[in-house]
Design a protein around this ligand. Sequence first.
Ligand SMILES: Nc1ncnc2c1ncn2[C@@H]1O[C@H](COP(=O)(O)OP(=O)(O)OP(=O)(O)O)[C@@H](O)[C@H]1O
Length: 276
Amino acid sequence: MAIVIETENLSRVYTTYQKPEGFVNSLRGFINRKNISKVALEPTTLKIESGQIVGLVGANGAGKTTLLKMLSGLVTPTSGDAKVLGYRPWERKNEYLRQISILLGQKNQLWWDISPADSFSLLARIYDLDVKKARARVDHLAQMLHCTHVLHTQLRRLSLGERMKMEIIGALLHEPQVLFLDEPTIGLDIVAQETIREFLDEYVKEKSPTVILTSHYMDDIAKLADKLLLISKGNIVYEGTVPDFVTKSNAELAQNEEVDFEDVIRRFLETESRIR
Ligand SMILES: Nc1ncnc2c1ncn2[C@@H]1O[C@H](COP(=O)(O)OP(=O)(O)OP(=O)(O)O)[C@@H](O)[C@H]1O
């Protein structure tokens, strides 16, 4: 299988400044600014094959979004290198951007004040898609996601779950080869989570994109991911399949104990929070 995503010691450090309390101290802070560095991603070397769904799992603040943002070209690395489909993402070449998509579950990317159908027409123009084909594609995706009835309602009037489905359609309209999905089921009820999960499963079978998916819901990862990347404080600490990870974790436990994927991850996160 071809390697689609490759990183070599890719890292990112954010520099922010500590804002002192109170108005006078804030003014002083302009002159005497204290900068703090935060390592969001330690040097990371990865290879991801074409058509794989990779589940990226870790505690809040572990570095998942930072990695996705670098791979999609939204953030420049501090050091190291990466190639996605042969392109350096942060160079933001148009040929690259046409072949990828990033969905940030915590942010709206479609236009707030118009209907999703109008947003999709604008996106079709931006991506220079055939209008008829783009419309047929929207209808097909909306049917798969059971949300045809809200296509012509202003985005701001939709529920969180309906909005997420619209964001997914927007992200897939140009048929990206590489898809970065950052928490596509966040905050949704279990039925909506399942609908999106089943949709992604079906979509990936149909189009075979390479996907990196982050989620705090282990069902998403267990049901969709071919490969698990476990990240702890900016370091990838496990790379392999979900079943191998569970088997390995069980082998380390006492003989009369047996845990499933969700239990293993819960224990991992509990340990993380104790040693933070
Ligand atoms: N723009 C920024 N400026 C400063 N620090 C940042 C910035 N973006 C992220 N960070 C810090 O980098 C670390 C990693 O953040 P990141 O958003 O990648 O984590 P995450 O694993 O996606 O977390 P979550 O599951 O909560 O979304 C965190 O400590 C965060 O506070």
